[in-house]
Design a protein around this ligand. Structure first.
Ligand SMILES: NC(=O)c1ccc[n+]([C@@H]2O[C@H](COP(=O)([O-])OP(=O)(O)OC[C@H]3O[C@@H](n4cnc5c(N)ncnc54)[C@H](OP(=O)(O)O)[C@@H]3O)[C@@H](O)[C@H]2O)c1
Ligand SMILES: [Zn+2]
Length: 317
């Protein structure tokens, strides 16, 4: 099979011929139809995980069909539509501690893989498996209620889905972006307002809208996130899903004065993935993707890193 690997920390993503893997006990083999390129794949490429071993096939936004069953698997049938996200098991991460979906075939745990609506366009819907579930979960667990101002920072893979989910959840949805050319696109996705961060007046713009009950930060920029805290309302909540080591700063007085809270978010409960897919089905959440062949995985990855994709790169083997 064709497989894209990272062979050492910081190395380019390169295409190789590998044996098709055989499923072990409790595993299924998936013929991959599409795999999104998530910013989180940087952890594999940069070697930012203690149990990371090379070579590794990244990719954790996978949709495909079940191709073969390992021993003891009775909850899947060959030919069924299947999806795989970040979680590969209680201690394993897809594309990080086990091989992922930047390949023609991959193995997955039969109990972690999820059923996918057979009517879905696999290429378009693959980003729901990480970007979709992460932002759905962050917003569903937030304190926002319909009518509240909810601001989404960064309109990339996660952000463009967060805008759709926020709008469909009844929030007054505000997009915050460094990319003025995304203004019309953000409105088309459902944003009621677009704030151009390059103008330097974002906090005042949020206050003019009544201040944000929730700011969901999907842009990996701690300094911008810190500044935006000024645009939170009384009881406002900053939710950050980004990684990185730069500190987010806020004074105790500001937190006390408006009873602010700041929290990180990632999906811990495997039941959230089917819930997010069901919500997407019911609410009509549809990722906007640019497709690339496996041969162009490195190009797709670097375009994503440079925020030069509208809005999610998807590899199609
Ligand atoms: N918590 C979790 O479970 C989880 C899951 C998946 C991803 N993540 C993290 O969430 C973040 C977003 O992931 P993503 O896949 O949505 O990334 P992405 O597609 O690259 O989008 C990030 C967006 O942030 C903005 N941005 C501003 N400055 C940037 C910079 N220096 N580098 C890159 N982007 C910048 C850009 O939007 P504008 O052009 O609109 O400014 C960009 O489109 C990453 O930090 C990723 O690791 C977390
Ligand atoms: Zn991801």
């Amino acid at each position: 099979m064709k497989a894209v690997e990272v062979t050492a920390p910081g190395a380019a993503l390169t295409l190789h011929e590998r044996d098709v893997p055989e499923p072990g006990v409790g595993q299924i083999r998936i013929r991959v139809q599409a795999c999104g390129v998530c910013h989180g794949d940087l952890m594999a490429v940069a070697g930012q995980h203690p149990r990371m071993q090379y070579p590794r096939i990244p990719g954790h936004e996978v949709i495909g069909t079940v191709d073969a069953l390992g021993g003891g698997v009775d909850n899947w049938q060959v030919g069924e539509r299947v999806g795989v996200g970040w979680r590969a098991g209680p201690r394993d991460v897809t594309g990080l501690t086990v091989n992922g979906g930047y390949a023609e075939y991959m193995l997955a745990s039969a109990t972690e893989a999820v059923h996918i609506n057979p009517c879905w366009d696999t290429t378009v819907m693959a980003p729901l498996l990480c970007a979709g579930v992460t932002t759905f979960s962050a917003l569903a667990h937030s304190s926002a209620r319909p009518g509240d101002v909810v601001a989404i920072l960064g309109i990339g893979g996660l952000g463009h889905l967060a805008i759709q989910i926020a709008q469909k959840s009844g929030y007054h949805t505000v997009a915050l972006s460094h990319s003025p050319h995304k203004a019309d696109l953000a409105k088309a996705l459902g944003a009621h307002a677009f704030i151009d961060l390059s103008l330097g007046t974002a906090v005042q713009s949020l206050r003019d809208l009544g201040s944000a009950r929730v700011i969901l930060a999907t842009a990996p920029q701690a300094n911008i996130i810190s500044q935006l805290i000024g645009g939170l309302a009384h009881n406002g909540e900053l939710i950050t899903v980004v990684g990185g080591s730069e500190p987010i700063t806020v004074s105790p007085g500001e937190m006390l004065g408006r009873r602010l809270s700041v929290r990180g978010w990632r999906v811990d409960d495997p039941r959230e993935l089917p819930a997010a897919l069901s919500f997407s089905d019911l609410a009509g959440i549809v990722p906007r993707v640019e497709t690339f062949p496996l041969e162009e995985a490195d190009l797709a990855f670097h375009r994503m890193l440079n925020a030069d994709v509208l809005f999610r790169a998807v590899l199609v083997p």
